[in-house]
Design a binder for this molecule. Structure first.
Ligand SMILES: *[C@@H]1O[C@H](CO)[C@@H](O)[C@H](O)[C@H]1NC(C)=O
Ligand SMILES: *[C@@H]1O[C@H](CO)[C@@H](O)[C@H](O)[C@H]1NC(C)=O
Length: 374
């Protein structure tokens, strides 16, 4: 009788171990853009993401209340955005407080809000009013969160395009554009460090590649790029882009700040003349991306790091302007069928988890058998 109890306790701990392993499967983030007239209702999207995919984080380009409400009680981490045109106003603490009261307070704690982004790619707008108010707006919004005791849970940051770099090749020579480096980026990095928030970038190997560098951009087997300064070999373009950002941060003395990939992606449909724009390439890029950023391999200059990554985008968005590919960055069609094969559906993960459970179950059976014999 007593022996049996011992075995049961042992079985329970094995089951707990199995659960830990299943939950340990790394999640991925996705940008939930809504420039379309055919998207499903947010409640349906939130349910689909939390039940059927390994997507654990979403980023919104605004603070749409219907979407914020829909993600309530899903556990999914949500990031919201103050639109660029509101940046000058948010430098006023009264306005910042009001913004929190309207866009944050009604949805927490049910909705797992983790971050507020002040604008998107603001430095690339070349708008002096927005750029000069960017860091003050971030500081003021953070101060408003402090007043509400929300600053530990909700971080303030802003995503940058790689246009903020004046130099990115080789990666070790990465540096921020002169002028922006000391006047905007340095105070921003100071703020991010003090408030324990990440530096966020939008690297797109898709926009940086030609037919000659397509394999390098898609994480396929290729000869790579050698950095003479560091003697490091770059097997893929994303690592080179991230290390260029890291090198630029290092010049200013802030290389220890976490880097988050706020956007990256690959279109599955484009102009027929465009090289590498098809479902197979999109599937390769996003699949390899997910495996790479969650593997713990890191980059040549940032070994062993993982990067919180948000794929652009959730849906193909039919009202986006510009070339055909701009409307075809989505992982899903509006009816929520995958636009191509990519390892974010939960049954892929269940496969791994199942095998792992089966192995543990076999061990448990053997151990019970030994227990019974003894
Ligand atoms: C800040 O905003 C409030 C509310 O809109 C306004 O009453 C106040 O004058 C503004 N303060 C400054 C310094 O602009
Ligand atoms: C990265 O991980 C490897 C293997 O675990 C280890 O040998 C190495 O020291 C780590 N490097 C850093 C910079 O942490």
């Amino acid at each position: 009788m007593e022996k049996k109890t011992v075995v049961t306790v042992f079985d329970v701990s094995l089951v707990l171990l199995a659960i830990t392993i299943i939950q340990g499967v790394q999640g991925i983030g996705v940008n939930y853009g809504t420039v379309a007239n055919n998207l499903p209702p947010p409640a349906q999207v939130a349910k689909f993401l939390s039940h059927s995919t390994i997507i654990k984080r979403v980023r919104l380009f605004d603070a749409n209340p219907e979407i914020l409400h829909a993600f309530g009680n899903t556990g999914i981490e949500v990031t919201i955005t103050v639109p660029n045109d509101q940046i000058p106003h948010i430098t006023n603490i009264t306005v910042a407080q009001q913004w929190i009261k309207t866009n944050v307070q009604p949805f927490i704690p049910a909705t797992n809000l983790i971050r507020i982004l002040v604008g998107n790619e603001v430095l690339s707008t070349a708008n002096k009013l927005l750029i000069s108010n960017l860091v003050p707006a971030m500081q003021t919004l953070h101060a408003a969160l402090v007043t509400n005791s929300l600053d530990k849970k909700i971080k303030v940051s802003t995503p940058h395009s790689l246009g903020i770099l004046s130099n990115s090749s080789p990666p070790s020579s990465g540096k921020f554009r002169q002028g922006y480096d000391t006047h905007v980026i340095k105070p921003m990095l100071n703020f991010l460090k003090d408030s324990n928030a990440p530096f966020m970038v939008n690297p797109y190997p898709f926009f940086g590649c030609t037919s000659n560098t397509l394999d390098y951009a898609l994480f396929r087997a290729n000869s790579g790029v050698f950095d003479e300064n560091t003697k490091l070999q770059y097997p893929n373009m994303l690592d080179a882009q991230l290390d260029a950002v890291y090198s630029a941060m290092k010049i200013l003395g802030f290389e220890d700040i976490e880097i988050v990939i706020a956007e990256t992606g690959w279109p599955s449909v484009g102009d027929p003349a465009q090289v590498g724009v098809d479902p197979k390439s999109a599937s390769e890029y996003n699949g390899n991306l997910i495996r790479h950023v969650t593997s713990g391999a890191g980059t040549p200059l940032m070994p062993n790091r993982t990067f919180d990554t948000y794929i652009f985008a959730m849906f193909n968005e039919n009202l986006k302007p510009g070339p055909i590919c701009e409307r075809n960055f989505g992982l899903f069609w509006p009816n929520m069928t995958p636009a191509y094969d990519v390892p974010i559906m939960r049954n892929n993960v269940a496969g791994i988890a199942n095998n792992c459970c089966k192995a543990l179950l076999s061990i448990m059976v053997v151990l019970s058998f030994i227990g019974a014999l003894a």
